[in-house]
Design a protein around this ligand. Structure first.
Ligand code: C6P
Length: 417
């Protein structure tokens, strides 16, 4: 199998693969890495690795504090990254881009700050049954503290949100609607714009979990008209340890701080403080500077390829993968048809535990994830303790789909099925 010489539809995957050093490694001698665990985290191109390396070699310093040359360079690069990320998601201003550690922290920030300041006993939050734990647990914590009600948009057997039930739930006048733009288990791309419009008409605020959508499709917060959007750098070619919360300006300005400390204040006295302006109000302490710069570089890289092209490429891969996976005896793929989803495939094989599938595929150099993918309620809904999951990105090829399918036949053989 020659993975590095394939031209793939609208994307030149040969060129793209050459940008990612890890993709040319062998897992063991003669066994190239086939990385299909992109929903967990993506690989990093040279551009990102080099931007972070350059920070540490050339201008490592703290930001917003020193007035020496390299501190000013570091501050400028950190803020340049913020500006690029704002443009990438169509935010009206870089001030609306808050750097956090990850999507999880971004959602917790909204729950902790906006939620505690604005929600009262009996208030209703609507979530969905397909949420990652990161968009469930923060609201559960808040609900138990504040005596709030939680309701859930059900998932249909074919892996879509039941929007009729959503419209019924809206009659209960929720204060907040939180949902994932793309499911990390089913791959379902939810109709975010419509959900947000309906939520707003009912008087609710919206929190979109963009952890799986922002890396894979064009997302524009003004077009979506969402109040908040959360995502992680590490799933979009950037480093781990950096995430983003986008928020509507008037909400961010009126929300109380999340964490207290340096940089989030204008003035401090022994018994009181005055908060800084946004975004700094929400960035207490020395932030992940190299990581923010790395994420800025990742966004530049993705932009240079084009999110529309990435989406098309993944759609091609998703259609092909779905067709090929369904031909393997005993394989059940969960989620909607290819044109309603991204390139994420959770599946089971009759009589074989997902961990065994993953282990056997690993022997073939194929990295997938097995487990509940931090979405236990969704797995329970489908009566599954766990699934195997293959997830693709801009550098994956049809040949890798073929390799996956061939290896699944080997799994059947090993189990004598
Ligand atoms: N899902 C997966 O393998 P963090 O961990 O904060 O970067 O991202 C959390 C998160 C939130 N929402 C969705 C839809 C996600 O998929 C994830 C991360 C990974 O599916 C790791 S559990």
């Amino acid at each position: 199998m020659v993975l590095n010489t394939i031209h793939q539809g609208s994307l030149d995957t040969t060129r793209i693969r050459a940008d990612f050093p890890i993709l040319s490694r062998q897992v063991k001698p003669g066994v190239p890495l086939v990385y299909l665990d992109n929903a967990a985290t993506s690989q990093k191109p040279f551009a990102v690795i080099e931007a972070m390396d350059d920070f540490y070699r050339q201008y490592n310093s703290n930001i917003h504090r020193g007035i020496h040359t390299i501190a000013e360079e570091a501050t400028a690069k950190y803020e340049e990254a913020r500006g690029r990320i704002a443009e990438f998601i169509g935010a009206p201003s870089p001030k609306q881009i808050i750097f956090t550690r990850n999507a999880t922290e971004s959602i917790n920030l909204v729950a902790f700050s906006w939620g505690r300041a604005n929600l009262y006993p009996g208030d209703l939050i609507i979530l969905t049954e397909m949420e990652h734990h990161s968009n469930l647990v923060p609201w559960q914590i808040l609900a138990s503290e504040r005596d709030l009600r939680l309701e859930f948009i059900p998932v249909t057997p074919d892996g879509l949100l039941d929007l009729e039930v959503f419209e019924e739930l809206l009659e209960l006048k929720p204060r907040l609607v939180g949902f994932t733009h793309m499911s990390n288990v089913l791959g379902t791309i939810n109709p975010a714009k419509g959900i947000i419009r309906l939520a707003h008409q009912a008087g609710a605020l919206t929190v979109v979990d963009g952890a799986q959508s922002v890396p894979h499709l064009p997302v524009n917060v003004q077009d979506l008209d969402t109040d908040f959007l959360a995502f992680s750098g590490h799933k979009m070619c950037g480093p781990s340890g950096i995430g983003v919360l986008y928020g509507r300006k008037e909400f961010l300005e009126s929300m109380p701080p999340f964490l207290g400390g340096g940089d989030m204040i204008k003035r401090v006295e022994l018994r009181s403080f005055v908060t800084n302006e946004i975004p700094y109000k929400f960035e207490a302490g020395t932030p992940a500077i190299a990581e923010a710069i790395g994420l800025g570089s990742a966004v530049k890289y993705l932009d240079s390829i084009g999110m529309e092209k990435i989406l098309n490429h993944e759609h091609e891969i998703a259609s092909y993968a779905l067709e090929r996976l369904e031909e393997v005896p005993g394989v059940s793929v969960f989620g909607p048809e290819a044109d309603r989803k991204g390139a994420i495939f959770s599946f089971s094989m009759k009589g074989i535990h997902p961990h065994d599938i993953s282990q056997i595929l690993d022997g073939e150099g194929i990295a997938i994830r097995a487990g509940h993918h931090c979405a236990m309620p969704l797995h329970e809904k489908f009566n599954l303790p766990a699934t195997a999951r293959a997830s693709f990105y801009l550098y994956n090829t049809r040949e890798e789909v073929d390799h996956l399918v061939k290896s699944l036949y080997s799994v059947l053989e090993i189990f004598g099925l």
